[in-house]
Structure formats: structure tokens, C-alpha cells
Design a binder for this molecule. Sequence first.
Ligand SMILES: [Zn+2]
Length: 228
Amino acid sequence: MRQLGDWWQALGHLLLPPVSPCGLCGEHPSLPVGACRGCLDSLAISWERREVQGCSYFSLFPYQGFGRDLIHKMKFQSGFEIAETLGFFLGLAAREEPELATVDLLVPVPLAQGRLEKRGFNQAEILADTIREVWKRPVCTYVIRKRETHSQSGLSSRARRHNVRGAFAMLPGCDFRDKHCLIVDDVITSGSTFSSLAKLIQDYGGKPMGVFVARTEIVRSDQDAQEL
Ligand SMILES: [Zn+2]
């Protein structure tokens, strides 16, 4: 009987393949999009377009509550699976966004070497790699962080701008001329990191835009950015 039971169970798996767990909570069965219904509802996904310093960017949800906790877990508890799941969402959304149809390449925001060694991975690179799987766009690896910057969290907007000014550089051999470059990162706060990298891309002839998992409510427009 035991053998028959095993056989029956195996047949059951063939007929009904096991559902993979949610990529965000790891607890409940996932929907085809990679996360469970409860997590999707808690994220309150609302794809939005905004601008900072004349550059447009898109984001998936507000940086608060469950989404904020998830991003924290992704960064500080080696949440590869969370990063891949959120990257998958970003890829699906970006692929369907008409304004991003012209994008030529993805530019993940680089981490400083020290922080990369400490954390073990760059969440922006994982996001970009997963976006590439969904939406076939190459990932640019020519941008580096020239110098160590202080963590942006806890800094005022003015201090953030000062902190990242001149923080990025381009390795020799890149060609951004007339290329639409999509800057990729997990969170946009004051927009100072985004603006700093966008400026560098413009200096090299590229046309920058951005895509982020989460947005804070600090920067709403150019006017706000100038006031901050
Ligand atoms: Zn879940």
C-alpha cells in the first residue's frame, strides 16, 4: 500500500505541479507573477511617472509600510529572491510603458567597493539583470563609483546632493551618444543620486531616464527639487 501511495503522490505532482512559494514572503503560494495575492495587495503597486531636474523616472510603489520593510530586508538580509521578484515586476511594468519604448540600455546605480564588499551584492545590479530577462535590454557596466560616499539615509536633501556630487565616473570605451539610458535602483528619495548619474550620462551624450522600485514623497517636481 505504501508503494501505491508513493506512486499516487508522484502522479498527483505530475498532474498538478507544485506551486512555488511567493518570492516576497516565502510563505504563501505564488501567483504566476512570482508573489502571493496578500503581498501584492500590501505593496499597493501604483506605477507613476515623475521628474527631477528635467529627467523623468518611473516607480512601482511608495516607500512605506510593507514595501519599505521588504526593501530593507532585500538590502540588509541578502534578499536575492526579493530583489529578483521586484526586478521582475519592474521589467514587466517598464516593458509596457510607452515612454520607455526607446530605451537602449539599463544602467544600474553602482555601489562603492567598500559597501559592495560589506553587503555582498548590489541590489541595483540584480534588479537590472532581472529586468533584462523580462525585457531584452543590455546592462551597462561602464559606470563606477569614483569614491566612497556616506550612506544617504538620514541626510538632508542638501547634504545628499553634496554627498553624491561627482561620485560617479565612466570607464573608457563606453559609447552613450544618443542612447536612451535607463538608470535602475531600488529607491529614489531626494533624487540627488539619480540627478548626479543622469548628469554624467548627459555629459557623455546619452539621454537618461530612471526606473525605481519605490519612491518617497519628498520630490514631486522640478520646482520641489529646487526648493529642497
Ligand atoms: Zn507573499
